[in-house]
Design a protein around this ligand. Structure first.
Ligand code: HMG
Length: 421
């Protein structure tokens, strides 16, 4: 049976920050952020755009653009590390807003940035097992990545969600299910304790852990698949340059040869990155790290823009979650994929966002710490943030989160009315 991704869509907050402006205010050479990390823009979520809002919007985009009948969905898994509750999962809000059948499993998974890939793997096995009875699985990756102002992680923040429909005979990408590699190890590279809104990271060590996991997962993959020719290689991209480091490592692993600095082999691997990886990182460069959904943003980029003419349809997907867990898969891009994706042009979604000034961004970071608390309706008032419509989080009353679909004739305006919390 052929199983894979039948539909995919994403959502981002309504505002973003320019990375050169952030660099200047932090006294850093802008080239460090734009070339050294590879980031141009960073999505910033206001207090009324939480991980539930981002998840619901991505799922609604998927249903609308791919003409999905919600009655056919029998499983919803939300992968996130931006949970809004220790008990109640984001999946039930999605279930309610999409008006899914009550006879549907819905739950949340967590393992840092790997959480959604875990959902994809479980959904794939559910369909292959024959127990899905013709139903499809909706997997959503939703996150707000925050390290805080003036931290080394600050330029690698972001926010957004990706929704994917896993089904048999998929329209977009068929998984090569018999060829997979995975790897797990307890490491302290990145974590977010329950008491903190911001993540802690041992940044340079986390890069090392990521690359070791790539080797662990890829070597297992190669035992099952041999050395496959790949037209494109997609990676979890907390920042664009990480994908370059990962690709160089993959080329080393494929050739079983570590490259010396400034060697011709290293230069060739970087050129190969420019051909097989970089073309699919535009959304990542304009959104930043969205943790669980970051790998799938580059998949959207690839499916919309298409592979080079005449290229083999085989691509790879590498998922990494700190802590850590990694997985290396391959899949085949379906012939009709690009035609379906053209219904959801990603550049338009990104161009519609409004730019924040640095003080506006810093106000949002400060307010984020209060948005989940009892009595946060004033902090989460959408008009305070220049937002007038959409499905939004309106704050916490009587220890319950309030969500509402707001309709307005006025379009979203930049944060002119923004005041310090
Ligand atoms: P840093 O120490 O501020 O930056 O931290 P740096 O000094 O390493 O510089 C970054 C790059 O910019 C370097 O390139 C510099 O050379 C270059 P590299 O040598 O690495 O190729 N650079 C310049 N380039 C051009 N012109 C200049 C210039 N100056 C410097 N003037 C770090 C960077 C990524 C560590 C930090 O931002 C951080 O801690 N981020 C958070 C952790 C992270 O993203 N880790 C990635 C791997 S772990 C992962 O992916 C999992 C994660 O998504 C979480 C999860 O699983 O849930 C994070």
């Amino acid at each position: 049976m052929s199983v894979g991704i039948d539909a995919i869509a994403f959502s981002v907050p309504q505002f973003y920050l320019d990375m050169e402006e952030l660099a200047k205010i932090r006294g850093v050479d802008p080239l460090k952020f734009t070339k050294g990390l590879g980031q141009r823009e960073m999505a910033v979520a206001t207090p009324c755009e939480d991980s539930v809002v981002l998840a619901v919007n991505a799922a609604r985009n998927l249903v609308a653009h791919f003409e999905v009948n919600p009655d056919e969905i029998g499983l919803v898994i939300v992968g996130t590390e931006t949970s809004v509750d220790q008990s109640k999962p984001i999946s039930v809000y999605v279930h309610e807003q999409l008006q899914l059948s009550p006879n549907c499993r819905a739950f949340e998974t967590k393992h840092a940035c790997y959480g959604a890939m875990a959902g994809v793997a479980m959904a794939t096995d559910w369909i292959l097992s024959g127990r899905a009875n013709g139903k499809k699985a909706l997997i959503i990756a939703t996150d707000i990545a925050r390290y805080g102002a003036h931290t080394p992680g600050e330029p690698t923040q972001g926010a957004g969600a990706v929704a994917m429909l896993i089904d048999k005979n998929p329209r977009l990408l068929e998984f090569e299910v018999e060829k997979q590699g995975y790897y797990s190890k307890q490491v302290m590279d990145f974590w977010r304790p329950n008491y903190s809104k911001e993540a802690f990271a041992d940044g340079h060590y986390s890069i090392q852990c990521y690359l070791e996991s790539l080797a662990g997962a890829y070597n297992m993959y190669r035992e099952t698949a041999g050395r496959e020719e790949l037209s494109a290689c997609l990676y979890h991209s907390p920042f664009v340059k990480m994908a370059q480091k990962a690709h160089v490592r993959l080329v080393e692993l494929q050739g079983e040869n570590d490259f010396a600095e400034k060697s011709p082999e290293l230069a060739a691997a970087v050129r190969d990155y420019a051909n097989r990886v970089a073309p699919y990182l535009e959304i990542n460069a304009r959104v930043g790290n969205i943790y669980t959904g970051s790998l799938f943003l580059s998949l959207i980029n690839l499916l919309e823009d298409g592979l080079p003419t005449g290229a083999s349809p085989r691509i790879s997907l590498f998922s990494y979650g700190s802590g850590c867990m990694a997985e290396f898969w391959t899949g085949l891009v379906m012939p009709e994929a690009q035609r379906w994706m053209k219904r959801h042009p990603f550049r338009q979604s990104l161009d519609q966002r409004a730019k924040l000034s640095i003080p506006q961004y810093e106000n949002i970071l400060e307010a984020a710490g209060q948005a989940d608390k009892e009595g946060s309706e004033e902090i989460c008032n959408p008009s305070r943030w220049g937002i007038h419509d959409g499905f939004l989080y309106l704050g916490n009353r009587n220890h319950q989160r309030i969500y509402q679909n707001l309709l307005s004739t006025s379009s979203t305006k930049p944060l002119a009315a923004l005041s310090a919390p």
